[in-house]
Design a protein around this ligand. Structure first.
Ligand SMILES: [Zn+2]
Length: 144
Protein backbone atom coordinates (compact mmCIF):
# COMPACT_ATOMS: atom_id res chain seq x y z
CA UNK A 1 0.00 0.00 0.00
CA UNK A 2 2.70 2.40 1.07
CA UNK A 3 4.74 1.89 -2.08
CA UNK A 4 1.62 1.98 -4.28
CA UNK A 5 0.81 5.41 -2.91
CA UNK A 6 4.32 6.51 -3.94
CA UNK A 7 3.77 5.00 -7.37
CA UNK A 8 0.54 6.94 -7.73
CA UNK A 9 2.23 10.18 -6.69
CA UNK A 10 4.94 9.50 -9.25
CA UNK A 11 2.34 8.74 -11.89
CA UNK A 12 0.48 11.97 -11.18
CA UNK A 13 3.80 13.88 -11.27
CA UNK A 14 3.08 15.33 -7.85
CA UNK A 15 5.76 17.14 -5.89
CA UNK A 16 8.43 16.61 -8.51
CA UNK A 17 9.72 20.16 -8.39
CA UNK A 18 13.25 21.49 -8.02
CA UNK A 19 13.27 20.92 -4.26
CA UNK A 20 12.15 17.32 -4.63
CA UNK A 21 15.11 15.76 -2.81
CA UNK A 22 15.19 18.32 0.01
CA UNK A 23 11.51 18.65 0.82
CA UNK A 24 9.20 17.34 -1.92
CA UNK A 25 10.26 13.76 -1.35
CA UNK A 26 9.63 14.12 2.39
CA UNK A 27 6.29 15.86 1.89
CA UNK A 28 5.28 12.88 -0.22
CA UNK A 29 6.50 10.49 2.48
CA UNK A 30 4.39 12.29 5.09
CA UNK A 31 1.35 12.12 2.80
CA UNK A 32 1.84 8.41 2.26
CA UNK A 33 2.02 7.82 6.02
CA UNK A 34 -1.11 9.94 6.55
CA UNK A 35 -2.87 7.69 4.02
CA UNK A 36 -1.68 4.62 5.97
CA UNK A 37 -2.96 6.14 9.20
CA UNK A 38 -6.38 6.70 7.65
CA UNK A 39 -6.56 3.04 6.68
CA UNK A 40 -5.43 1.96 10.14
CA UNK A 41 -8.12 4.13 11.74
CA UNK A 42 -10.75 2.56 9.46
CA UNK A 43 -9.57 -0.97 10.21
CA UNK A 44 -9.10 -0.40 13.93
CA UNK A 45 -12.31 1.53 14.48
CA UNK A 46 -13.29 2.74 17.93
CA UNK A 47 -10.72 0.75 19.91
CA UNK A 48 -7.92 2.15 17.73
CA UNK A 49 -9.09 5.72 18.35
CA UNK A 50 -9.29 5.09 22.10
CA UNK A 51 -5.76 3.67 22.23
CA UNK A 52 -4.25 6.35 19.99
CA UNK A 53 -5.93 9.20 21.87
CA UNK A 54 -4.70 7.88 25.22
CA UNK A 55 -1.19 7.67 23.81
CA UNK A 56 -1.54 11.13 22.28
CA UNK A 57 -2.32 12.69 25.66
CA UNK A 58 0.72 10.97 27.18
CA UNK A 59 2.93 12.12 24.30
CA UNK A 60 1.76 15.71 24.68
CA UNK A 61 2.56 15.60 28.39
CA UNK A 62 6.02 14.09 27.82
CA UNK A 63 7.14 15.87 24.67
CA UNK A 64 9.77 18.51 25.18
CA UNK A 65 10.37 20.52 22.04
CA UNK A 66 12.89 22.96 23.45
CA UNK A 67 15.18 22.88 20.46
CA UNK A 68 16.28 19.28 20.72
CA UNK A 69 13.50 17.70 18.65
CA UNK A 70 15.92 17.21 15.78
CA UNK A 71 17.95 14.73 17.82
CA UNK A 72 14.89 12.52 18.25
CA UNK A 73 15.75 12.20 21.92
CA UNK A 74 12.53 13.74 23.12
CA UNK A 75 10.02 11.90 20.94
CA UNK A 76 8.03 9.75 23.40
CA UNK A 77 7.56 6.01 22.90
CA UNK A 78 4.30 4.05 22.96
CA UNK A 79 3.30 2.43 26.23
CA UNK A 80 1.01 -0.56 26.68
CA UNK A 81 1.59 -1.47 23.03
CA UNK A 82 0.26 -5.02 23.36
CA UNK A 83 -3.14 -3.39 22.94
CA UNK A 84 -2.33 -2.86 19.26
CA UNK A 85 -2.64 -6.64 18.95
CA UNK A 86 -6.10 -6.47 20.53
CA UNK A 87 -7.14 -3.77 18.08
CA UNK A 88 -6.00 -5.48 14.87
CA UNK A 89 -5.86 -9.13 15.97
CA UNK A 90 -2.67 -11.09 16.62
CA UNK A 91 0.33 -10.41 14.37
CA UNK A 92 1.54 -13.39 12.38
CA UNK A 93 5.21 -12.66 13.05
CA UNK A 94 7.50 -10.65 15.26
CA UNK A 95 8.31 -8.55 12.20
CA UNK A 96 4.63 -7.69 11.67
CA UNK A 97 4.28 -6.78 15.34
CA UNK A 98 7.22 -4.42 15.06
CA UNK A 99 6.00 -2.80 11.82
CA UNK A 100 2.53 -2.25 13.30
CA UNK A 101 4.00 -0.66 16.38
CA UNK A 102 6.13 1.70 14.28
CA UNK A 103 3.12 2.65 12.11
CA UNK A 104 1.00 3.44 15.19
CA UNK A 105 3.91 5.37 16.71
CA UNK A 106 4.09 7.52 13.55
CA UNK A 107 0.35 8.15 13.74
CA UNK A 108 0.56 9.33 17.36
CA UNK A 109 3.61 11.52 16.65
CA UNK A 110 1.90 13.14 13.61
CA UNK A 111 -1.23 13.80 15.68
CA UNK A 112 0.95 15.29 18.40
CA UNK A 113 2.52 17.69 15.88
CA UNK A 114 -0.96 18.60 14.58
CA UNK A 115 -2.10 19.42 18.11
CA UNK A 116 1.03 21.37 18.95
CA UNK A 117 1.76 23.20 15.72
CA UNK A 118 -1.53 23.20 13.80
CA UNK A 119 -1.02 24.41 10.25
CA UNK A 120 2.78 24.36 10.71
CA UNK A 121 2.89 20.68 11.64
CA UNK A 122 4.03 19.62 8.17
CA UNK A 123 7.52 20.99 8.91
CA UNK A 124 7.83 18.80 12.01
CA UNK A 125 6.28 15.72 10.39
CA UNK A 126 8.80 16.05 7.58
CA UNK A 127 11.70 16.54 10.01
CA UNK A 128 10.64 13.62 12.18
CA UNK A 129 10.15 11.28 9.22
CA UNK A 130 13.53 12.21 7.75
CA UNK A 131 15.18 11.70 11.12
CA UNK A 132 13.70 8.21 11.59
CA UNK A 133 14.79 7.24 8.07
CA UNK A 134 18.31 8.58 8.67
CA UNK A 135 18.59 6.73 12.00
CA UNK A 136 17.42 3.47 10.38
CA UNK A 137 19.98 3.90 7.65
CA UNK A 138 22.74 4.35 10.24
CA UNK A 139 21.54 1.25 12.12
CA UNK A 140 21.75 -0.77 8.94
CA UNK A 141 25.20 0.54 8.15
CA UNK A 142 26.36 -0.54 11.62
CA UNK A 143 24.81 -4.00 11.21
CA UNK A 144 26.39 -4.57 7.82
ZN1 LIG B 1 7.71 5.77 1.55
Amino acid sequence: MHELAHAEAHDMQQRRGEDYKESGWWDEEVEVFAFEHELMAKLGGESYEVYVNEQLEQFLAKYNDSGVATTGATIPQLTDDDRIEDVFGPSLSEWERKIRKTAVWFDVVYRMFDRKYGEHSQRDKRGFTKLVYDLNRKDREIEN
